[in-house]
Design a protein around this ligand. Structure first.
Ligand SMILES: Cc1cc2nc3c(=O)[nH]c(=O)nc-3n(C[C@H](O)[C@H](O)[C@H](O)COP(=O)(O)OP(=O)(O)OC[C@H]3O[C@@H](n4cnc5c(N)ncnc54)[C@H](O)[C@@H]3O)c2cc1C
Length: 504
């Protein structure tokens, strides 16, 4: 793969000058923002646009996370865009994903549209002007620059990039060693010969542990409760066979995507229809690596049914091989407190540590921690109802890209892009300057509930921040149902003249 595109910086107008105007302003240069920009250039070539990005390069998640072993946990045939074939192994490193994104930027001349080191701090909609005014802080110099835009395409992800979530435990200040969060992994951390405890057993812990185990004296994965993992080779047999047959990469991408999605649909359906069978299959995958004597019941058998939290893919069983080798171990217990030398657990046991890694998740960030206002009134997104998890009642000319939990995020990036471009074209044809979702007469008494159904999906960062998110109704239009397989059929049929869209 080619190196990522270079970071040519267009010149931003100085503070105090007239705001620059764009038809569309994209927030964030992660996989969503770059995908949005690509589709705009193809589907709406006459719309001017800019991408504002806080960080000093593109990649979002794949730039922020630099801990050892950082990689995807879903396959790149579906995490890749539909328009650019993925030609590497299905599970990819952050560097490989950034290289892929860099090619999209370079191939489509997107670099000139991106302003790095611009952190958006506020966005105000004016109905009189039918436009947003955006204030962004330039990270060099610290001055504020202003932009106006007809349409805001929110591609800022769902968590705060500046720091991860670390719970507070008693005694943390007494610990003599170092406490590290994977999201802000220090460049100078040398784990050679160290005793390391990783708190947590999600995808991050599962990725990190095998990649540091060899260097460390010992790594302990400390979990309050077990997580499901799925194991398999980091290879796609169908893709490999099609390559042997010299099929072109565009075809391979499309065929393999369909196969992966078909298999995932089957797996998801079975997780609901026969959870016990799926559970036993997942556990037997773990046993195959750990052997018959391992205590899979205590350490690898979750209390919830499969798919209520994301299931991390463990390529070639590397986490379990690290455990089997004795370089890593798993402790299922709760922290009583930190001590000078490590951790005291509720069982009374102690864990010695030189370094403690808190792989304890994210801080949810609702719409990029931007202070939003509509016609001078501060906007609380918790007071809005979501239109298909993408738009919000009372918030004109704005779309948020929030992907899938059980399927690759990027599937929704492409889908929402078709929706936005269709909507922009529709507005142009109508001569409308604004569009806002509004509950229709038949929706007025609709019961409202939390953005995501916790019975359906309940990771910690969502549970902690659910009260900040928009509300969901009980009809398909008024919720993000997290179901790619129904949305892929429903989205293309959306009628932009439905009364749920109010134009001016
Ligand atoms: C370690 C890790 C592994 C993951 N693996 C997978 C996986 O394998 N498959 C999968 O489907 N999903 C995965 N996810 C979920 C992942 O976050 C999404 O799939 C996807 O990368 C999100 O892309 P995004 O562009 O929407 O948001 P992000 O990647 O979060 O990027 C958002 C960008 O917006 C910028 N931004 C935010 N606020 C502002 C602001 N106010 N002003 C300017 N810029 C702003 C940020 O700096 C950032 O660069 C993973 C997440 C993590 C943390």
């Amino acid at each position: 793969m080619n190196a990522p595109a270079t970071l040519a910086q267009p010149v931003t107008k100085a503070a105090g000058s007239r705001p620059e105007h764009f038809d569309v302003l994209i927030v964030g240069a992660g996989i969503s923002g770059i995908g949005a920009a690509y589709h705009l250039t193809r589907q709406c070539p006459d719309q001017s646009f800019v991408i504002l990005e806080t960080q000093d390069s593109f990649g979002g998640t794949w730039l922020t996370h630099r801990y050892p072993g950082i990689r995807s946990d879903s396959d790149l045939y579906t995490f890749g865009y539909r328009f650019k074939p993925w030609v590497g192994p299905p599970i990819a490193t952050a560097a490989e994903i950034r290289a892929y994104m860099g090619e999209v930027i370079a191939d489509n001349d997107l670099d000139r549209h991106i302003r790095y080191r611009h952190q958006i701090v506020s966005a105000s909609w004016s109905s009189d002007d039918s436009q947003w005014t955006i204030a962004a802080k330039r990270l060099e110099g610290g001055e504020t620059v202003h932009f106006t835009a007809n349409f805001l395409w929110m591609c800022q992800g769902y968590y705060r990039h500046s720091e991860g979530y670390t719970p507070q435990w008693p005694g943390m200040a007494d610990f003599k060693g170092r406490i590290v969060h994977p999201q802000t992994w220090p460049d100078d951390l040398d784990l050679t010969g160290k005793n390391v405890v990783v708190i947590g057993s999600g995808a991050t812990a599962a990725t990190l542990i095998p990649s540091i185990a060899d260097a460390c004296r010992h790594v302990t994965m400390l979990q309050r409760s077990p997580t499901y993992f799925i194991t398999g080779r980091n290879a796609n047999e169908l893709a490999d066979m099609l390559r042997t047959l010299k099929i072109n990469e565009e075809w391979i991408h499309e065929i393999v995507r369909r196969k992966v999605l078909y298999d995932q649909a089957t797996f998801t359906r079975r997780s609901f229809s026969e959870p016990e069978v799926v559970k036993q299959e997942l556990l037997s995958g773990v046993r195959a690596y750990l052997g018959p004597d391992a205590d899979v019941e205590t350490h690898f058998t979750p209390r919830y049914r499969p798919w209520r939290q994301r299931i991390a893919f463990i390529p070639d069983g590397d986490l379990f091989r690290a455990v089997k080798s004795g370089k890593a171990s798993v402790v299922t217990d709760e922290i009583e407190c930190f001590t000078a030398d490590g951790l005291r657990l509720k069982s009374g046991n102690e864990l010695e540590a030189d370094v403690i890694v808190t792989a304890t998740g994210f801080n949810l960030s609702v719409l990029g921690d931007i202070a939003f206002a509509v016609d001078g009134k501060p906007l609380d997104f918790a007071d809005t109802v979501t239109y298909r998890g993408a738009m919000f009642t009372g918030v004109p000319n704005m779309v948020w890209v929030f992907g899938y939990f059980r399927a690759s995020w990027t599937l929704r990036v492409d889908m929402i892009a078709d929706f936005v471009c269709g909507l922009l074209e529709h507005m142009k044809a109508k001569g409308a300057k604004s569009v806002v979702p509004a509950l229709r007469e038949e929706d007025k008494d609709m019961p409202l509930s939390s953005f995501i159904d916790p019975e359906n999906f309940n990771p910690g960062y969502l549970m902690r921040g659910m009260h900040l998110l928009p509300k969901r109704g009980d009809k398909p239009e008024w919720q993000h149902n997290q179901d790619y397989w129904t949305e892929k059929d429903e989205f293309p049929l959306i009628d932009f003249d439905d009364p749920a869209f109010v134009y001016r």
